[in-house]
Design a protein around this ligand. Structure first.
Ligand code: UT7
Length: 335
């Protein structure tokens, strides 16, 4: 059995910045409400005239991660692509990345676990590396939310939160079992599937039926979130799954050098920080600048934390996420 470790990271954010003041012009909301309830000041939206897509943003982040890993695209043995906003219903975005990066015929798998997607993907990569089946795994989190949001007052509880972007890491076999991914904790609870979901069109209600109904009030093809319910579950599950990871790693909260929580809401991160008695220096937040980029939020934050020198060799790093499904998980990494 081998340990896996992260050896290269990259991120890509579209140039187009959308501030809270920009949103005030198109819906009934306010900078004060958004900042107080979520911490978000601005987010990125792919510009209307841009060629960017979920897969192309993933490619841009991946190229940086692969180069920083000192590898060539052809060295990648497996692609894992975490997203809830794939380019197409099918095939997945992983194969589109594979084609652009010109990696001949490696497996390219999409991970559909929403906000927990990156944590699930890292855990999956770790298992493939552990068994020796694959050596170099490209793990991507990328989301293109802005095109599919209800940008009117009706959709404001969701549309002010989400942003576009991508992050990627290259994982490989560690030379010893003292470093790398020490453990991963994964959970889901399907009874709350609809509490944070986008359900239409679906196999119970195909496109012809929706077109025939022609109902302007049909919002089933926009994301839905029972905000307060999700929030209450998030703070509990975040805490449980971080604690489980710490116990398995034999770490105490004060041992954490960097906690990277999925950037769902600054208030959730602050709750978790307080619960474990962590200092500001132990928790990374960038939701203020990018909003919630679901599967992309952790790899973007992880890349920035490394670029800023806040994670280095020897650091004890915890990644944790909660989201639609419900799904949640954590990964403890000895850097
Ligand atoms: O990433 C995956 C996991 N996601 C999460 O963990 C998110 C969890 N939930 C949340 O972050 C929060 O529930 C939200 C940020 C989504 C909402 O914050 P909240 O404090 O729970 O607000 P609320 O939904 O209870 O709404 C409070 C009020 C309502 O008005 P009334 O009924 O009190 O008059 C809403 O209509 O705020 C209103 N409201 C807004 N007002 C201005 C909702 N959205 C907005 C908005 N601007 N954008």
């Amino acid at each position: 059995m081998y340990n896996s470790k992260i050896i290269g990271l990259g991120k890509y954010l579209p140039d187009n910045v959308v501030t809270n003041a920009d949103l005030e012009k198109i819906m009934e909301t306010s900078d004060a409400w958004i900042q107080e309830r979520t911490g978000i000041q601005e987010r990125r939206h792919i510009a209307k005239d841009s060629d960017d897509s979920t897969s192309s943003m993933g490619v841009k982040a991946s190229k940086i991660a692969i180069e920083r890993a000192g590898l060539l695209p052809q060295d990648i043995d497996l692609i894992l692509f975490a997203t809830l906003s794939p380019d197409y219903y099918f095939p997945g975005s992983g194969v589109l990345v594979q084609e652009v990066l010109e990696i001949p015929d490696c497996p390219a798998m999409d991970i559909r676990m929403q906000c927990s997607g990156f944590v699930y993907a890292v855990a999956t990569a770790d298992q493939f590396i552990k068994t020796g089946m694959y050596k170099n795994v490209l793990v991507i989190g990328s989301e293109y939310h802005s095109g599919g949001l209800d940008m009117t007052t009706r959709g404001r509880n969701i549309s002010v939160i989400f942003g576009d972007g991508a992050g990627a890491v290259v994982m490989t076999r560690a030379e010893n079992n003292e470093v790398g991914v020490l453990n991963s904790q994964l959970h889901s609870e399907g009874k709350y599937a609809k509490e944070l979901s986008l359900i239409g069109p679906n196999t119970g209600r195909w496109v012809p039926e929706i077109m025939e109904a022609n109902d302007p009030d049909d919002i089933s093809y926009y994301p839905y979130m029972n905000g307060q319910f999700v929030f209450k579950n998030a703070v509990v599950r975040f805490s449980e799954v971080i604690l489980a990871g710490l116990q398995k790693a034999g770490w105490k909260p004060e041992d954490i050098d960097m906690l990277i929580p999925h950037q769902a809401n600054l208030r959730i991160s602050q709750f978790v920080q307080k619960k474990f008695g962590l200092s500001d220096a132990q928790v990374y937040n960038n939701i203020q600048r990018y909003g919630n980029t679901t599967a992309a939020s952790i790899p973007i934050a992880l890349t920035e934390a490394c670029e800023e020198g806040k994670i280095k060799e020897g650091s004890r790093v915890v990644l944790a996420a909660f989201g639609s499904g419900f799904t949640w998980g954590s990964v403890s990494i000895q850097w």
